[in-house]
Design a protein around this ligand. Structure first.
Ligand code: ZN
Length: 330
């Protein structure tokens, strides 16, 4: 394989010969530019997201195989917690599940791996004094095993309605091996802008295809000691999808779309479904030590929310340009 420098020199030589120096000289520096923008946006706030999307990104989708055996319980179990007046964490050390309480029941966002869902969600809600039978809606951000695992349980045991992107319902139905213990029955297929209202709360769904074709992001309100704050929830992050230019275009457009929706709704909190990306477990620990007058550890301001979506967009730009660069090599 030629060194990057000799390829660059060759490219410049060819470009000069063809009189299109800019078109050839652009990619390498454009990649560096996007990488620098991603690093600047991540700062000290989102290192996990930067690592997963810029530093060591996945490059292909997972296969349709049976779930791996459950890991040792000690690696994932963590205490459930009340995080806002009306939002409770019932996730694991790795994955998040959020319970939004309303005047007419609970909206649950994401359901972990199947192995964790009964203890962390059902057990977690009970520990917090909440009744799992009050879960009326379950919104699944996307149909990967680490978020859809407890959907069947919530549907069958408590009669909760399951909301998922249409293409992700299709993926669940098509899967041969991923659901050895059965699948959730197809229920509500989400539409862009759909408002899921329960009692005094509304979650607005924003379709953000990319991570999966049916990925759902969300906007909703929480209260911090009575003060309303807006959350932008990012439904899918890593690049474990077919890595080609059209897929990255879709992903980039979606990150811009949710960033715009977040800004429009004046969101000052970004949440997502892996602690790796939003430091959920660390923030919850910090919350326990919060003193009166201090901001909520999840409050990152409009700028922090915007920077999060900048990290994912810029890292997707890097991956996309690398694909174009590879394709242009003889
Ligand atoms: Zn996923």
């Amino acid at each position: 394989m030629k060194s990057r420098k000799s390829v660059a020199v060759l490219a410049v030589a060819i470009a000069a010969a063809l009189g299109v120096a800019d078109a050839f000289a652009q990619p390498a520096s454009a990649i560096d530019g996007h990488l620098a923008a991603a690093k600047a946006a991540a700062g000290f706030d989102f290192p996990g997201t930067l690592v997963r999307t810029c530093v060591a990104p996945q490059t292909a989708p997972g296969r349709d195989v049976a779930p791996a055996p459950a890991p040792n319980r000690a690696t994932w179990i963590t205490e459930p917690a009340k995080v806002f007046d009306n939002l409770y964490f019932v996730g694991t050390k790795v994955h998040s599940s959020w319970a939004l309480t309303t005047s007419d029941g609970i909206i649950l966002i994401d359901t972990l791996y199947e192995y964790a869902s009964d203890e962390a969600i059902v057990g977690g809600l009970k520990k917090l004094g909440l009744d799992p039978a009050q879960v009326k809606y379950v919104i699944i951000s996307h149909a990967h095993g680490d978020h859809v695992g407890g959907a069947k349980l919530m549907q069958e045991r408590f009669g909760a309605r399951i909301i998922m992107g249409g293409p992700d319902w299709d993926a669940v139905e098509k899967s041969v091996n991923q659901y050895p213990n059965g699948k959730p029955k197809r229920d509500i297929a989400a539409t862009d802008g759909q408002k899921v209202t329960l009692g005094d709360a509304t979650v607005t769904l924003v379709t953000t295809p990319g991570h999966t074709p049916g990925t759902l992001s969300m906007i909703f309100q929480v209260k911090d000691n009575g003060t309303p704050l807006t959350v932008a929830y990012n439904g899918g992050t890593a690049f474990n999808f077919v890595n080609d230019v059209p897929h990255f275009d879709t992903y980039i457009n979606s990150q811009r779309k949710i960033a715009q929706a977040a800004a429009g709704a004046n969101a000052t909190i970004m949440m997502t479904n892996h602690s790796e990306f939003d430091n959920a477990v660390t923030r919850i620990k910090t919350l326990a030590a919060r003193r009166p007058g201090e901001p909520h550890p999840y409050e990152m301001g409009r700028d922090g929310v915007a920077r999060y979506f900048k990290v994912t967009e810029e890292c997707a730009q890097v991956a996309r340009l690398k694909l174009l660069q590879q394709a242009s090599k003889p």
